[in-house]
Design a binder for this molecule. Structure first.
Ligand SMILES: [Cu+2]
Length: 197
C-alpha cells in the first residue's frame, strides 16, 4: 500500500521539480540596477516586456520623508505571473553577476552574463511577493528590489492582454520618437516590445 501511494506522489513531485512543461516562460534580465522581464511565446519569441526598477524616492533614502514598510522593496512595475501555473524563468545578466531572489516563492538563481539559469515557480497563493538581488553587484546593489505579483489565472489573462497591447503601442511611440529625435528615449522608455508582437 505504501508503495502504491508513493509512486504517483513521486511522479507528481518529479513533474513539479523539473522546468519542463511550463505554462509560461519569462526571461529575467538583470543589469545595474534594475530588472527587465520579457514574456516569451511557446517558440521562445518575445511577446512583450518591460523594465522594473526600484521605486523608493530619493527623499526617503535621504531621510527627508518617512521610510515606509516597503522601503527599498518597492518597484515601479512588478513581474506579474498566474497562480497555480508552472512559470519558467530564464535568468541572465547584461553586465555583472546578479541573483534573482524571491524567498517566499522559493526562487533563487544567479544572473550570469552570457548564460541562462533556468528556474521555475508554481505560486499557489495570489498576492504580492518581495525579493531582491542577492549578489553584491555594485554601489546600488541595495536598490535592486524585485516584486512579483501573483494573480488568479483569469486575472492574469486580463492583465496579459492589456499589457501586451499597451507595451507594444508604447514601444512604437518610443521607436518613432527615437527615430525622429535621434534620442535614446525609445530604447530607454522601459517599454520595449518585440517587432513581431
Ligand atoms: Cu544586482
Amino acid at each position: 500500500m505504501a508503495v502504491a501511494v508513493a509512486v504517483p506522489a513521486t511522479r507528481e513531485r518529479l513533474e513539479r521539480e523539473t522546468a519542463g512543461g511550463a505554462d509560461l516562460t519569462i526571461e529575467v534580465r538583470a543589469s545595474q540596477w534594475r530588472w527587465e522581464y520579457t514574456y516569451l511565446d511557446a517558440m521562445g519569441e518575445r511577446r512583450f516586456g518591460f523594465v522594473s526598477a526600484g521605486a523608493t524616492p530619493d527623499e526617503a533614502v535621504a531621510g527627508i520623508v518617512r521610510k515606509d514598510d516597503t522601503y527599498l522593496r518597492a518597484v515601479d512595475r512588478p513581474l506579474v505571473i498566474p497562480a497555480r501555473r508552472k512559470v519558467r524563468l530564464l535568468v541572465t545578466s547584461d553586465d555583472v553577476l546578479h541573483a534573482f531572489w524571491m524567498p517566499d516563492l522559493g526562487v533563487r538563481a544567479d544572473a550570469v552574463p552570457g548564460a541562462f539559469r533556468t528556474v521555475w515557480v508554481i505560486a499557489d497563493t495570489p498576492g504580492t511577493y518581495r525579493g531582491q538581488c542577492a549578489a553584491f553587484c555594485g554601489e546600488r546593489h541595495g536598490f535592486m528590489p524585485a516584486v512579483v505579483e501573483v494573480r488568479s489565472a483569469e486575472a492574469f489573462e486580463d492583465w496579459q492582454r492589456d499589457a501586451a497591447a499597451t507595451l507594444v503601442a508604447e514601444a512604437r511611440v518610443g521607436a518613432r520618437a527615437g527615430a525622429a529625435g535621434g534620442a535614446r528615449a525609445g530604447a530607454r522608455s522601459g517599454a520595449r516590445a518585440g517587432a513581431g508582437a
